[in-house]
Design a protein around this ligand. Structure first.
Ligand SMILES: [Zn+2]
Ligand SMILES: [Zn+2]
Length: 274
């Protein structure tokens, strides 16, 4: 089957100019043209800055966002992404961004999701105290190309992109004051780049047909642990095999690790290194 999406339109729900990062991948790999419906309130699904808590986990929020865009644009195809930021799950003291992107094809009742956790983020904050190194913080987060948010008793000032705006906001602030990197995509080129990488991964996957039934979106669905110890062959906790699957017919195939590693060092072995 040829690519079923060439020349069709895809709704993207975003208030934060994510089309700059998402459109090229979907155009290149699938021939889809992005449509961004005007006037959507995706913030009603929750915000980073906590004025409105997110009511649902990331996957569900992304799904609702995509559906919102599809119904606003009157299209059966939709895409949306959702991010969250915090400490890296496996590397202490390192920040990480977690991005989820969903593609929905309502005609085929198909939903393809890709996600990535990456240390490539400027997520950071600093308390404004007498000895705080504000300039160092601003340099670290890439200000003013990356915007900053000020949080104080006087409220929240978002999207600060110049030193004079920041000085005014600091002047007006009372009580404990904190500066944070603004993580919204249109004010954060680092995040926009990560969204672009994820869009590429998702579009490539949608462009991959199932070898059995030709449904779009054939790709890795889970990983099996048990990479054998190099010394004694005992299965370890490391990933041994990736399983690629079809979202429609359930066909699966087994793939070796992408890094080519076929055994684990004894330090990972429950027998050699209990
Ligand atoms: Zn299939
Ligand atoms: Zn061993």
């Amino acid at each position: 089957m040829a690519n079923p999406y060439r020349g069709r339109q895809l709704a993207l729900a975003t208030q934060h100019a994510k089309e700059r990062a998402i459109a090229p991948a979907f155009e290149m790999h699938l021939g889809l043209r992005l449509v961004v419906p005007a006037g959507l309130d995706t913030d009603s699904l929750g915000t980073f800055t906590g004025e409105r808590p997110r009511p649902a986990p990331m996957h569900e929020t992304a799904r609702r966002k995509a559906r919102m865009g599809m119904s606003a644009a009157g299209l059966p195809l939709g895409v949306a992404s959702e991010g969250s930021f915090g400490p890296h799950p496996s590397v202490p003291f390192l920040a990480a961004g977690h991005e989820v992107m969903i593609f929905i094809d309502a005609e085929r009742e198909l939903e393809v999701i890709e996600e990535q956790i990456s240390p490539e983020t400027n997520f950071a904050a600093i308390d404004v105290t007498a000895d705080a190194d504000i300039d160092g913080f601003l340099r670290r987060i890439g200000f003013p190309a990356h915007a900053v948010i000020l949080r104080a008793d006087t409220g929240l000032v978002k999207a600060i992109t110049s030193r004079s705006q920041l000085d005014d906001a600091l002047q007006a602030a009372t009580g404990p004051t904190r500066l944070e990197a603004d993580m919204r995509a249109h004010l954060n080129p680092t995040r926009l780049g990560e969204i672009g990488r994820l869009a590429d991964k998702l579009a490539r996957r949608i462009a991959t047909p199932c070898p059995a039934c030709e449904a779009p979106g054939f790709g890795v669905v889970r990983a099996e642990r048990g990479l054998p110890c190099a010394e004694c062959g005992t299965p370890t906790d490391l990933v041994n095999t990736l399983i690629a699957g079809c979202l429609r017919c359930g066909h699966e195939s087994r793939l070796p690790r992408p890094d080519g590693q076929v055994s684990a060092t004894a330090s990972h072995c429950p027998e050699c290194n209990p």
